[in-house]
Design a protein. Structure first.
Length: 208
């Protein structure tokens, strides 16, 4: 059982890697796509040429893998409130990615549009916030765990950086000049944290 759960924890590195690879592939085969100004979701927007590829091989499976990672953290880490709540929030982030893949935004990902667009837009913010708070709470719980103590400062810094990038993303929505850049920095920070923690969780021989 423990071996199975430890394997599930690899979802924290497999999900981000899969999402990143498919994003690069979809953006490469889409002429004129701009990573600096455009949302990643625009690659899976309704009517876009590679929407199915982006949604069904990036958003949905990556979200499932990240949610499984969150479940693994609940099972492998001590049953303390900050750790449990943080893990649940990571699961919510994964579920948010799944939902974003099931409900595509309209072309250009406007603030208002079709029902699917509005669901996609309304779920994205809370999903990012869940990840940020989840990382912060898990980081605080790491502080009290000797094998994880070296990761608590990194986790807090990751949460603060993610929050800063999200603020910049929100500010950029009016002009859309660097929206894609801020979104990618936000995701990079979250994905890097997931990968680092996932790898440590899998490699640790001792289960807490």
């Amino acid at each position: 059982m423990i071996k199975l759960v430890k394997r599930l924890s690899l979802g924290g590195i497999l999900g981000p890697c899969l999402f990143t690879i498919v994003t690069i592939v979809c953006s490469t085969i889409r002429p004129g796509y701009n990573h600096i100004s455009q949302f990643i979701s625009e690659l899976g927007a309704t009517g876009s040429p590679n929407a199915r590829l982006m949604n069904f091989t990036a958003f949905i499976p990556s979200g499932i893998l990240i949610a499984l990672f969150g479940i693994a953290t609940i099972s492998l880490l001590p049953k303390k409130a900050p750790g449990i709540i943080g893990s649940v929030l990571i699961i919510i982030f994964g579920l948010g990615m799944i939902t974003a893949g099931c409900f595509s935004c309209d072309p250009g990902c406007p603030r208002e549009g079709s029902l699917a667009n509005n669901i996609h837009d309304r779920i994205s913010g809370p999903a990012f916030i869940s990840a940020i708070i989840g990382i912060l709470l898990l980081g605080l719980s790491f502080r009290k765990l000797l094998p994880w103590r070296s990761h608590w400062v990194y986790s807090v810094i990751s949460a603060l950086l993610s929050f800063g990038f999200m603020i910049m993303l929100i500010i950029s929505l009016e002009t859309r000049g660097a929206t894609g850049l801020w979104q990618r920095l936000l995701l990079l920070t979250i994905f890097l944290w997931l990968s680092v923690v996932s790898l440590k969780m899998y490699k640790d021989q001792k289960v807490l």
